[in-house]
Design a protein around this ligand. Structure first.
Ligand code: DGL
Length: 269
């Protein structure tokens, strides 16, 4: 990965879910300056076709490049799995997706079977399987789409009977297959970690790729001026300000957001 010295870091997602990744990065790098773009007007990406996800991702990335970001994090798993493989080489700054970090997090562990959950776009892309095969070899991988987890997380239904029943329905088949680790392959799922743990049991390791992304960014910045140049600012740009945004974002980010910029035209910023 080539290094550059501009500030700040650009992070984008189909909506506000990527704030879970922002949260992890700020935990380990509180001084870093971040520009976040959430395409809230066009979310969800997870049910869209590959071509549309690629087109949206290119527009999101161009928006961040207009803000002179030094490195881009594609916090959206649907983008990371469907769009990045075909567009990452043409982007003028380094870009970090969620698939490779998710797999990196389990390197060196000798799991005999792994579970992956995500949106329809992410699971159907087979991106995790492909990356896992390359890095950990031919072990059984069991995948599941968990579409209801996204609205449950956004509603703040992070515990309780309904969410537990939904989690059981999605995750029991994976537990029955004998998975030893479960990769949370969607921006929203870290909010549901405790209920997921309750359902799958303590013996299955829960892997949150966002934590690994924070480590990668830390390493990336370690010899770079950006680390000291940053002032810990977080500027949030959204293509729509969703109803109830304040409450939802608090759940994802861990604190309230003071200011949000509305982007009416991605091309002009
Ligand atoms: N951010 C998306 C992801 O991580 C989830 C929401 C959506 O479908 O756009 O795949």
């Amino acid at each position: 990965m080539q290094k550059s010295t501009y500030n700040p870091i650009g992070i984008f997602d189909s909506g506000i879910g990527g704030l879970t990744v922002v949260r992890e990065i700020r935990k380990s790098l509180p001084d870093v300056s971040i520009i976040y773009f959430g395409d809230t007007a066009r979310v969800p990406y997870g049910t869209k076709s590959k071509d549309t996800i690629i087109r949206f991702a290119q527009e999101d990335i161009n928006f961040l490049l207009q803000h002179k970001v030094s490195v881009i994090v594609s916090a959206c798993f649907s983008v990371s799995s469907n769009a990045l493989p075909s567009i990452e080489d043409d982007i003028e700054v380094p870009i970090i997706g969620m698939i490779k970090p998710g797999v990196k997090a389990i390197e060196g562990k000798s799991y005999s079977s792994i579970g992956v959950i995500g949106t329809q776009a992410t699971i159907e892309s087979g991106a995790f399987e492909k990356e896992l095969k390359t890095s950990v070899g031919d072990i059984p991988i069991h995948s599941m789409t968990c579409p209801l987890f996204v609205p449950l997380a956004e509603e703040g239904w992070l515990s309780g009977k309904v969410t537990e029943l939904v989690a059981e329905k999605y995750l029991s088949p994976l537990v029955e297959k004998g998975i030893e680790a479960l990769i949370l392959g969607c921006t929203h799922y870290p909010l549901l970690t405790s209920i997921i743990k309750k359902v799958v049991g303590e013996d299955i390791d829960i892997i949150e790729p966002g934590k690994e992304v924070a480590l990668i960014i830390k390493e990336f910045l370690s010899n770079d001026e950006m680390k000291t140049n940053g002032n810990g600012s977080l500027q949030i740009y959204l293509s729509d300000i969703p109803r109830g945004f304040a409450g939802i974002s608090r759940n994802f980010l861990g604190h309230s957001v003071e200011e949000v910029h509305l982007v009416k035209n991605l091309k002009t910023g």
